[in-house]
Design a protein around this ligand. Structure first.
Ligand code: ASP
Ligand code: MG
Length: 450
């Protein structure tokens, strides 16, 4: 037996941060009988606290201080639930295990221990949310996602094993969701021998899409604190507006190029299985949201503008490159060997420039002396920081007449360090100085959308 119409609902950190936020989510679940699997993030703030515990050398007093902050977030919800004994006991034992994990002496040096520690956020929030759902009259049950979300062993950035996930979900979840709503953890997985892994920050969206794919769901709802995906980040301009619909490709480009609402990998399962994805606000579900689908009613040339900050530009040159076969391959072999992932590339006769995403200065570790020495063996290398990447996302951008000239006209007063256009019909990207990027996004928004 299978459920005829299945929806997966995912609730983000702010949606499960307090009792009243959780109650809004519970009403959304209760109102939709097709929702049989609920995926939750950790309550807002908890994962950040856990990351500090996992990555910073701390004194005992500092550790206790952070744990108290986590406790305060979860206990306030427990308190509002009237502290039912069974639930209190379960939360208490999770917290005790969390404290042990936080005090493990090898924590700072072992990625497996870090992932176990990070998993407690979702384990606590899903436990609490199950109870809130029951209070709303839903036949809810807490489900340990590690039983089905099989990954490889890349702690911190684990890669899901799709065939195994499908097999395990069919076996262990499918029979349960006939008459129950399973509440499970986003972001968390387990490897072949049961060690806890995580999918990378913001990974709960990805979990929801993976479970939707594994269970053959028709739709996947991502409930967050904004009423959908916007034409651009509303913090940049208050004229940004929510989009009623987006295509899978557009959404994937937006997530890749910096739109914060969706984890970039979320669209992959959706695309493979044609699963409609909805993004809306759990606080204001009546306002609707954005539907991400295979075929949109309209395919406008300009849909949205995104910005990704903290980009590094690397330029490699050699006079010998002229007519020299194999130069690019040599460069990119070294880059790949050091696990650097390249975004934009432009080439000329004697030089190649490319960009690297550099959140929290993470590139420095990989673009180190060794990497540079290897490159400098056969070319000159220049590294420039302080760039942002601005991307216009839309449709048929490389073939529709006038599309690019309108974009170029809007940014004519700015210095564009690099332009990427033509390789993909859905985007056009500029590398610009970080001091200019806000103005550039505003200017583009004004001319393309207002
Ligand atoms: N709790 C995790 C994080 O904050 C995963 C998620 O919320 O999607 O990154
Ligand atoms: Mg998120």
């Amino acid at each position: 037996m299978t459920v005829s119409s299945l929806n997966i609902a995912k609730f983000g950190g702010t949606s499960v941060a307090t009792m009243s936020a959780m109650r809004n989510c519970a009403k959304i679940v209760a109102a939709e009988p097709a929702t049989r699997v609920v995926v939750v993030s950790a309550s807002a703030g908890v994962t950040n606290h856990l990351v500090s515990l996992a990555n910073t050398p701390l004194t005992q007093a500092q550790i206790i201080d952070i744990i108290e902050k986590i406790k305060a977030i979860q206990y306030s919800i427990l308190q509002d639930l009237g502290k039912p004994p069974e639930l209190s006991e379960k939360l208490e034992s999770l917290l005790e295990a969390l404290i042990d994990a936080a005090q493990h002496e090898e924590l700072l040096h072992r990625d497996d221990l870090k992932d176990t520690l990070l998993s407690f956020g979702e384990r606590m929030s899903s436990l609490l949310f199950t109870e809130v759902l029951k209070r709303e009259g839903v036949n809810a049950e807490n489900f340990d996602v590690r039983k089905v979300l099989r990954t490889d062993t890349t702690f911190g950035e684990a890669v899901p094993q799709l065939a195994e996930i499908e097999r395990l979900a069919s076996q262990l979840m499918q029979p349960e969701i006939i008459d129950k709503v399973l509440v499970t953890q986003g972001f968390v997985g387990a490897d072949e021998i049961g060690r806890t892994t995580t999918l990378g920050r913001g990974g709960s969206d990805f979990t929801a899409a993976l479970l939707a794919e594994a269970l053959g769901a028709q739709s996947c709802e991502i409930w967050t604190d904004v009423v959908g995906v916007y034409t651009t980040d509303p913090r940049i301009t208050d004229t940004a507006r929510p989009l009623p619909e987006l295509s899978f490709e557009e959404a994937a480009e937006m997530a890749n190029f910096g739109a914060k609402v969706l984890h970039p990998a979320t669209m992959e399962p959706a695309l493979r299985q044609d699963i409609k994805v909805f993004v809306g606000s759990s606080k204001e579900p009546e306002k609707g949201g954005t539907w991400i689908v295979r075929n949109c009613k309209h395919e406008p040339p300009y849909r949205a503008i995104t910005r990704r900050k903290e980009q590094v530009m690397v330029t490699v040159k050699t006079p010998k490159m002229m007519h020299a076969p194999g130069f690019l391959q040599q460069v990119f072999t070294i880059i790949a060997k050091h696990n650097l992932s390249v975004d934009l590339v432009t080439t000329s006769e004697i030089a190649v420039s490319f960009t690297l995403d550099n959140p929290a200065n993470s590139v420095a570790e990989k673009l180190n002396r060794e990497t540079l020495d290897e490159l400098r063996d056969f070319c000159e290398v220049v590294i420039e920081n302080n760039y942002d990447l601005v991307t216009v996302v839309g449709n048929n951008m490389h073939s529709a007449a006038g599309v690019s000239s309108k974009i170029f006209w809007s940014v004519r007063d700015y210095n564009l360090r690099m332009i990427c256009y033509g390789a993909n019909p859905h985007n056009m990207s500029f590398l610009v100085h970080q001091d200019d990027s806000t103005e550039i996004v505003k200017e583009l928004h004004r001319s393309l959308f207002e």
